[in-house]
Design a protein around this ligand. Structure first.
Ligand SMILES: Cc1cc2nc3c(=O)[nH]c(=O)nc-3n(C[C@H](O)[C@H](O)[C@H](O)COP(=O)(O)O)c2cc1C
Length: 400
């Protein structure tokens, strides 16, 4: 799979000579698997064309804060929410200065102020502009606010001067974004996530399972990768694509999920485990090797209990930080607290799977999250946003 597979990137093109290289930056991002939307400043149109950028991005190029074609008429907010990362290539001295001052007078600056996503700035300018102490102060201020700088490099500049000020080579951008997205609060942490349903075979064509889609676990995996973790995802059958950077281990039954989880725990240093999988509590006592035929009478199966991965994990001495999930259909808080005390995990996230608009097979979820000292409701939102808030909660619990 490609390095930036399915990552959503906004490329902001500002008005410097290097804007002529912007279509090439867009092209390499697309080649690396990213989805790209382009925003141009007014000045950028003096150096390159919206048509060229539209042709390589395959999408409408956004230029106007007040007359954007996005549905809500709030283009800057929609674009800021859509993106996984924002790249400014080239970034002019003027745009760097506006960002450092927190200005929002056009579409480009408004998006940058309205986003909580990572921003990569690739400056390109004359060497005197670059070395000017005002520019350097602006850069210092932006770096202290977590903006990432890529370049400039040294060499002969468009104006004929020689020195620092050339925009980095377009080919280097995917790697720079990949590295930027890996920076974060869980840099270097090893996170293991179980996700999806398990299936418990009755015979070669039938099984017991549940409605879990895997989406919640996959979004926790995606967010963990974004905040810098090395992620192992142990997944039951799911139609979702795991994040590119995860090591994914596919399993089917609860027994396989148990075995693979403990294989990882026993052979690697795992810092945090999220038990998100909807593991079947029971499996048929007897598996029929042949398809069971209709017998003209009722059929009774004996079911036996599967091993409890979460409970077993919590018994380990010097164990990782363990986050459990509980799917409940009524008395969410009481049942969540009971399960939290029984299992002995560090955090328990309880979700109400009875409601039609969140939980199983939905893009949305809402959680009641319980720890020894804290209790928090994560309100109904897209599962990715819920995953973000859950990871922030877990992070503060680990550091409390
Ligand atoms: C021919 C020409 C080339 C320019 N090249 C650059 C450049 O490479 N880098 C830069 O920071 N500004 C450059 N500028 C100045 C910017 O175009 C100017 O500061 C503009 O306001 C930037 O607008 P923007 O930041 O909204 O895109 C150049 C101006 C002209 C006329």
């Amino acid at each position: 799979m490609n390095m930036l597979s399915n990552k959503k990137i906004i490329v902001i093109v500002a008005g410097g000579i290097a804007a002529y290289k912007a279509p090439e930056v867009v092209r390499v991002f697309k080649q690396a698997g990213a989805k790209v939307k382009v925003v141009m400043t007014k000045s950028a149109a003096e150096f390159t064309t919206a048509l060229a950028l539209q042709a390589v991005s395959g999408d409408f190029v956004h230029t106007d804060l007040f007359n954007d074609e996005l549905s809500s008429g709030m283009g800057h907010i929609e674009l800021a929410k859509w993106a996984d990362a924002i790249v400014i290539a080239p970034a002019t001295a003027n745009l760097v200065s506006n960002l450092a001052a927190g200005r929002a007078e056009d579409l480009a600056t408004s998006i940058c102020l309205a986003t909580d996503k990572n921003i990569l700035i690739a400056p390109a300018m004359n060497v005197q502009m670059w070395e000017n102490s005002i520019t350097q102060e602006n850069i210092k201020s932006l770096k202290s606010r977590d903006f990432t700088f890529h370049g400039p490099t040294a060499g002969e500049l468009a104006c004929g001067d020689v020195g620092q000020g050339r925009m980095s080579d377009p080919e280097t951008f995917p790697n720079a974004v990949y590295k930027m997205l890996k920076k974060g609060i869980w840099q270097g942490k090893n996170v293991l996530i179980t996700a999806g349903p398990t299936i418990e075979p009755i015979d070669p064509v039938r099984f017991i399972s549940n409605h879990s889609s895997g989406a919640m676990g996959y979004e926790i995996a995606r967010r963990s990768v974004e905040v810098g973790a090395n992620v192992i995802l142990i997944s039951g059958p799911s139609v979702m694509n795991p994040p590119y950077e995860c090591e994914t281990i596919n399993v089917e039954t609860a027994d396989q999920m148990f075995e693979k989880t403990f294989e990882q725990i026993n052979t690697k240093i795992i810092d945090i485990v999220f038990c998100v999988a909807a593991v079947c509590d029971y499996k048929p006592l007897i598996y029929s090797k042949e398809k069971i035929k209709k017998q003209g009478k009722n059929l009774t199966f004996e079911l036996i209990q599967n091993k409890d991965i979460l409970a077993e994990l919590c018994k380990i001495k010097n164990r990782p930080f363990v986050v459990g999930f509980a799917a409940e259909t009524e008395n969410i808080e009481d049942k969540g607290l009971k399960k939290f005390n029984e299992k002995g995990c560090d955090v328990l996230a309880t979700n109400d799977v009875s409601s039609y608009d969140s939980g199983f097979n939905s893009q949305y979820n809402k959680l009641l999250v319980i720890s020894r000292k804290n209790k928090k409701i994560i309100e109904r939102d897209y599962k990715y946003n819920v995953a973000k808030k859950l990871i922030d909660f877990v992070h503060s619990e680990i550091n409390s």
